[in-house]
Design a protein around this ligand. Structure first.
Ligand code: ZN
Length: 280
């Protein structure tokens, strides 16, 4: 496995995969190159953008303000994030965060020595906010911002309605998405009922043709999921599973985590970690 793998998914979209841990997406509009997330910050992102899109204006958006999605923010003057995650975008990476991130993401990987040397997370020069309904026109492609509080309170989806693309960050994964985070060094998750509301909101923007681009993916996946693209039915699988938990029909098993413990319930595809005291 390469440390950084760049895959063209369709014309004008590339997945930038850092060590199979996190995926960023680069979209080449006619006016602007849009980078979704800055990952662990071990990739020379400006070089990738110029190589693929040429010299043009660049816009950088974080799907949410967690360190595996925004550690490369210091490579850019300005980065955009959902308004409710903005306060978490200014927190410098301290010793504790560095240790946890290193253990969680970098130490497990064979290429860790080079990755560790390159890993220099940092905050952007300026953080600007996005809110529900904001429109981002990059030329040829037009994205709408949808606030979907869930995994983090300020998580956003970026929706290209004409091309039927939806970029969802960590809200829908092929393993258990974290929906249990409490206050701490990371932007916290919302209650399970609020998570469900965000999924319901997403259903208004999807159909059978919609491609969902998650920020984490595995090489082996169930059903018709690939590492970078999930079918839209995953939204309904999550909706059904979360509703069963809320209704008391399903209960998760204990889930241990260095941030917060929780309960985990796996679905046919994906699953959720939740906090039983914050169902709603
Ligand atoms: Zn993540």
């Amino acid at each position: 496995m390469e440390e950084i793998e760049i895959t063209e998914l369709c014309p004008d979209i590339w997945a930038i995969n850092e060590m199979d841990k996190v995926t960023m997406y680069l979209i080449n509009g006619t006016k602007t190159a849009l980078l979704i997330d800055t990952g662990l910050g071990i990739t020379d992102l400006k070089k990738v953008i110029t190589d693929k899109c040429g010299e043009k204006r660049v816009m950088v958006i974080n799907t949410h303000a967690h360190l595996d999605h925004n550690s490369g923010n210091n490579q850019f003057d300005t980065v955009y994030v959902g308004r409710f995650d903005e306060p978490y975008s200014h927190i410098p990476v301290g010793e504790q965060e560095r240790r946890v991130m290193q253990e969680y993401y970098i130490d497990q990987i064979p290429v860790c020595e080079t990755a560790r040397q390159k890993w220099a997370p940092g905050i952007a020069g300026k953080v600007k906010t996005l809110k529900d309904g904001d429109i981002i026109d990059i030329g040829k492609y037009v994205f709408k911002v949808l606030e979907i509080p869930s995994h983090s309170i300020g998580s956003i989806a970026l929706i290209e309605e004409h091309f039927q693309w939806v970029f969802t960050g960590d809200v829908l994964l092929t393993w258990e998405a974290w929906g249990h985070l409490g206050p701490g060094m990371l932007s916290p998750s919302v209650t399970l009922k609020e998570y469900r509301e965000s999924l319901r909101k997403l259903t208004h923007y999807i159909n059978e043709e919609t491609k969902i681009f998650p920020s984490h993916g595995k090489r082996d996946n169930p059903h018709s999921c690939t590492q970078y693209i999930l079918p839209s039915e995953i939204v309904y699988i999550y909706l059904e599973g979360i509703t069963k938990i809320i209704d008391g029909k399903w209960t998760g098993d204990f889930y241990s985590c260095e941030f917060h413990d929780g309960l985990v319930k796996k679905f046919d595809v994906g699953g959720i970690v939740y906090d039983k005291s914050r169902i709603g």
